[in-house]
Design a protein around this ligand. Structure first.
Ligand code: XMP
Length: 528
């Protein structure tokens, strides 16, 4: 758990719901800090955490099953307000003398909630509201001391409360968009019931994070691998604010970058921000290692290993340069990384819930282990949308803060099979057209990713009076919340037509363009 104590804080006990992180984000949107902890946390630890409120998430289990995750019931006696959502409400009932039973009639989807008089959870919301349910078990008997706060046609106990003990339960999900006024219910809980202040703001976060970094690194030097992506860019700006020239960024050109990427990064960080930036052009090295390699996993492995070697060599050079310039003492003891909160949350796997089993396989690991760095992770408390807000507040341009994700192995995973300079050239040109058309039509920021993929498959075409025999470009444009699942975007035909005709007319070596209409799963976003 973080040591931050200055804020009002809400703890979320995770019982394995796919929405646990959504709850955390909704609370933070109220400008109240929230943290996700495993359901097994003890009452003593909860008391230490100094939280103003506790939310019990939903979850896939049934409370009466033998191996169901159970809360430490002493938590209910701490006097801290508790809001149980779905399985969380069933936990309250189960431990405090109510009855939860299997229901043959699973309630899934929208329904209408009728609010009883005088419940603080529904303060100012009115008598009826649309809600969204997803549960099979249901409460059949209230625990002693509780009353109904709201009901649906299907359930007399859709919301329950014991205001004296500050215990509240909701059978439905206030955190999802399908409960339009759910935000207000959450606001009522955090402001009216827990008395949290609105003190979680990006301004206060940045000040505290800077302070914490200064305390952690003292006079020592910090090195950061800057990729030009959102996370490392925000970390660069934040650390620069905190420790100025004690930070050096290393930007490695692996030869697999998009067109003009190295220019953009050097301009934004070197020229505008005056951040110490070491630019390493290792493209030849990467490309020669990739020569003749066609297997996707092999390509990734080579790129990952090369990156570590190049990075290590670059830090040694930095040290040698410092020494040549007469600087003494401090070596690069710290490595900064753009680790985010979803990577930090201890996951609980309950009933094989895939929301928790799927793990990001993409973060470039290996650097700290190999190089004995200590880590500086100033944004590890933040969700992605918060990182973006912090970036804007730190003065980073929108083009950086809102850019789409780009994979570490770069264009190598967008050229099927062998990566050659010729294919890279073709792909960069096609990709530039996709991006510029997406930007011009305002679609770029509305999708998760939009890019071109080179298929080294030749097909026959005709250009003027000439027969052509050239490569194919696939266009991949997807929407997604987190990259774990995705769907292809129903782009207007006119835009697709413009992208296609520009690529075929302007990019030498391409005579055919296809649009990828696969979703993830079962496909993936990248082609390799
Ligand atoms: P897939 O292709 O697995 O991609 O559906 C999911 C998301 O992850 C990105 N991606 C990567 N990011 N290093 C990264 O930093 C990688 O090796 C990598 N592979 C895929 C991909 O662009 C998408 O957003």
């Amino acid at each position: 758990m973080s040591t931050t104590t200055a804020h009002s804080k809400i703890l979320i006990l995770d019982f394995g719901s796919q929405y646990t992180q959504v709850i955390a984000r909704r609370i933070r949107e109220c400008q109240v800090y929230s943290e996700v902890v495993p359901f097994s946390i003890t009452a003593a630890r909860v008391a230490e955490a100094n939280a103003k409120g506790i939310v019990l998430s939903g979850g896939p289990a049934s409370v009466y099953e033998e191996r169901a995750p159970q809360i430490d019931p002493a938590i209910f006696a701490l006097g801290i307000p508790v809001l149980g959502i779905c399985y969380g409400m069933q936990q309250i009932a189960h431990h405090l003398g109510g009855k939860v039973e299997f229901s043959a009639r699973r309630e899934y989807g929208a329904s209408m909630l009728h609010v009883a008089d005088g419940s603080s959870l529904f303060h100012g919301i009115g008598e009826q509201l649309d809600i969204w349910n997803s549960h099979a078990d249901k409460l059949t008997e209230l625990p002693p001391g509780f009353r109904t706060a709201a009901y649906t046609e299907n359930s007399p106990f859709a919301a329950i409360e014991d205001p004296d003990r500050k215990l509240y339960g909701l059978q439905f999900h206030p955190e999802v968009a399908h409960t339009p006024r759910g935000r207000e219910i959450i606001q009522n809980f955090v402001y009216q019931i827990c008395h949290c202040g609105m003190d979680w703001t990006m301004g206060s976060f940045i000040d505290e994070a800077c302070e914490q970094v200064r305390r952690q690194v003292g006079e020592e030097k910090v090195v950061l691998g800057l990729s030009g992506g959102v996370d490392s860019s925000v970390v660069a700006a934040l650390l620069h604010k905190a420790i100025g020239d004690q930070l050096t960024c290393i930007f490695v050109n692996n030869g697999l970058l998009r067109a003009r990427e190295e220019e953009i990064v050097q301009r934004v960080f070197g020229e505008n921000f005056h951040i110490k930036l070491k630019y390493v052009d290792a493209s030849e090295r990467f490309l020669s290692k990739l020569k003749g390699v066609t297997d996707p996993e092999q390509k990734r492995k080579i790129i990952g290993n090369e990156f570590i070697d190049v990075f290590q060599h670059a830090t040694e050079e930095l040290l040698a340069e410092d020494q040549a310039n007469g600087a003494h003492g401090h070596s690069y003891r710290f490595l900064a990384q753009g680790t985010l909160y979803p990577d930090v949350i201890e996951s609980v796997a309950i009933g094989g819930n895939p929301a928790h089993v799927i793990k990001s396989h993409h973060n470039v690991g290996g650097l700290p282990e190999k190089m004995h760095f200590e880590l500086v992770e100033p944004v590890r408390q933040l969700f992605k949308d918060e990182v973006r807000q912090a970036g804007l507040q730190l003065g980073l341009p929108k083009e950086i803060v809102h850019r789409q994700p780009f994979p570490g192995p770069g264009l190598a995973v967008r050229i099927l099979g062998e990566v050659t300079p010729e294919y890279l050239h073709i792909l960069r040109e096609a990709d530039t057209i996709v991006t510029s058309e997406m930007e011009a039509s305002d679609w770029y920021y509305r999708v998760w990713q939009s890019f071109a993929v080179l298929l080294p498959i030749r097909s026959v075409g005709v250009m003027g009076d000439q027969r052509t025999y050239e490569n194919t470009i696939a266009i991949r444009i997807v929407e997604s919340q987190d990259g774990m699942t995705a769907d292809w975007v129903r782009l207007p035909y006119e835009l697709l037509a413009r992208i296609s005709s520009r690529i075929i007319n302007e990019v030498k070596g391409v005579n055919r363009v296809c649009y990828d209409i696969s979703s993830k799963p079962p496909s993936t976003i990248e082609w390799e």
